[in-house]
Design a protein around this ligand. Structure first.
Ligand code: CO
Length: 292
């Protein structure tokens, strides 16, 4: 683990988060919000760890604006972004109530409290389900449900989901937590506590670098390998570099099995979802929340 780079990614995240909390207003195009966040990350010397997720109301995650997206910010907006320095990652999220709604505010508070308590509780050698239980209890106390099929995750260089799952419920997983880098991300909902796959997101990740014949697809693939390696990226980033023909290349790469495209994740009852997330570095001698 390269502690200095992890901490630097965290410092950039804090600055971008402060800026985003200040500038995001109801009615602003999601495209403009995502670009400002991503540009600011680069301006401060980092790179986006994945495309900025801007998910509204019942969409829990994996909505990033498409290249000509006209969606405007409203409702309960979850802002989830990350930074990397040479692949060393931060991952964080916050939720905004853009409607002055008591219910939105309570739901946001409950995921925020669950995150706070989970971060206080987590220690090397505690078990993953102990953390899940703290999250579950805190959210249920307020009459809401945690989303059981979304979870936090360990992270490693260029690896956003490095193998250890940090559940949002007491799932009896009973895994002793080793030292390392973790994202903890409780989601709270007024619904049943499950998400299912929605529409394609335009967010992709490389899964196989096998050769592809189509020259456009090959050009796009080479660019992805150079620029993103194994971190997620989105169609609007590729279009910006390669032009609109990139859409054709992306489709071919997906069909050929080079790319995985993520689905939007939607609450199954169509209910509201809030999210809070921070990154924590667990070392033998200390624990550091890097993103707050
Ligand atoms: Co995460």
């Amino acid at each position: 683990m390269e502690k200095e780079k992890i901490l630097l990614a965290g410092e950039i995240t804090k600055k971008v988060k402060a800026d985003a909390k200040d500038f995001i207003k109801k009615g602003m195009p999601l495209l403009e919000i995502a670009e400002r966040i991503e540009n600011k990350i680069v301006e401060l010397g980092g790179k986006p760890a994945f495309p900025t997720n801007l998910s509204i109301n019942n969409i829990a995650a994996h909505y990033t604006p498409f290249h000509e997206d006209k969606t405007l910010a409203e409702g309960l907006l979850k802002v989830d972004f990350g930074v990397h320095i040479d692949g060393w990652l931060s991952d964080n999220a916050f939720s905004l109530d853009l409607e002055n709604s008591e219910l939105n505010k309570k739901l946001i508070e409950s995921s925020k409290n669950a995150l706070k308590k989970a971060l206080e509780t987590i220690e090397i050698k505690k078990t993953t389900n102990e953390i899940g239980k703290v999250i579950e209890d805190t959210i249920q106390e307020k009459g809401f449900q945690p989303i059981r099929n979304l979870s936090g995750h360990s992270m490693d260089q260029y690896d956003l989901h490095a193998g250890i799952t940090m559940p949002n419920i007491d799932d009896n997983s009973n895994i002793e937590i080793p030292g390392g880098l973790y994202a903890i991300e409780p989601f709270a909902t007024t619904g049943s506590g499950k998400v299912h796959d929605g529409k394609p997101s335009g967010i992709y990740m490389i899964v196989d670098d096998k050769n592809i014949r189509s020259p456009i697809a090959r050009e796009v693939l080479n660019f992805i390998i150079d620029e993103y390696q194994t971190i997620p990226f989105c169609e609007r980033w590729i279009i910006k570099k390669v032009g609109a023909k990139a859409l054709f290349g992306l489709r071919q790469l997906e069909q050929n099995g080079n790319l995985h495209q993520f689905k939007q994740l939607v609450e199954e009852k169509g209910a509201l979802v809030s999210q809070a997330e921070n990154t924590i570095l667990l070392l033998e001698s200390e624990k550091i929340i890097t993103t707050e």
